[in-house]
Design a protein around this ligand. Structure first.
Ligand code: 5GP
Length: 240
């Protein structure tokens, strides 16, 4: 049984690329029961070992546009000014039928659309510990050429400016710790929804999650955001 008596709890996860989001999401799905992953539709080509219907449904632009016309999406957006990505409404319906909760891995534009439609959704933003670490991770991944990495770093600087639209912030420094914190956030929201008195163990879980609430990480955030600022006089920075 899910934590939700009727409507599914919806969790939105966003992060700049290279922040370790996919690993954290996979760990979460393995460790938490009754949580479904919403497999997005995209017009981008599959990468490496990606399989249609597993990470994404890969469709043509015309198929995607038909789905928009048929109002099949809960949200959709053009990401990196290039490819279309969208969350199909049917995943929410299916989760509801099964009594499961639903996890969406979407960008900041999609998150804003969902927050309007489903104001009770829990939103989580994953951040790298600083710019240097993000750059190191992107280079180590070896998936992208130098110029692509530079573009991703610029995109990351822009995306992280949206951190304050999220309920929780997860700084992914040590994977194991971040993974525990993410599980605690999901469990804590379920416990809150259940309205039942908390056991000692459950209170600890809620306290762990609370440490990741936006209001409680502001000091740490400032240092991270500062690391993404261009050096004085470099003329760089984010487009308006
Ligand atoms: P990638 O192509 O690297 O898998 O994903 C690129 C970006 O698209 C990521 O930030 C990811 O969260 C976002 N994304 C994936 N699926 C969706 C979706 O259905 N809607 C929106 N708005 N963004 C998505």
């Amino acid at each position: 049984m899910s934590s939700s008596a009727n409507r599914p709890l919806v969790y939105i996860i966003s992060a700049p690329s290279g922040s370790g989001k996919s690993t954290l999401v996979n760990e979460l799905l393995k460790s938490v029961r009754d949580l479904d992953f919403s497999i997005s539709y995209t017009t981008r080509a599959p990468r490496g070992s990606e399989i249609n219907g597993s990470q994404y449904y890969f469709v043509s632009r015309s198929e995607f546009e038909k789905m928009i016309r048929d109002d099949e999406f809960l949200e959709h957006a053009e990401v990196f000014g290039k490819d279309l990505y969208g969350t199909a409404r049917r995943f929410l319906r299916e989760a509801e039928q099964k009594g499961h909760d639903l996890l969406l891995d979407i960008d900041v534009q999609g998150a804003a659309q969902i927050q309007k439609k489903l104001p009770d959704a829990t939103s989580i933003f994953i951040l790298p510990p600083d710019r240097k670490t993000l750059e190191k991770r992107l280079r180590k991944r070896g998936e992208d050429r130098g110029e692509v990495i530079d573009r991703r770093l610029i995109a990351a600087s822009r995306e992280i400016q949206n951190y304050d639209r999220y309920n929780y912030i997860l700084v992914n420094d040590l994977l194991e710790e971040s993974s525990k914190n993410l599980q605690a956030i999901v469990q804590s929201e379920r416990l809150r929804r259940s309205g039942k008195p908390l056991s000692e163990e459950e209170s600890k879980t809620v306290a762990l999650a609370d440490r990741c609430r936006l209001a409680n990480v502001r000091d740490r955030l400032k240092r991270i955001l500062d690391s993404f600022k261009p050096p004085e006089g470099s003329g760089g920075g984010n487009p308006p």
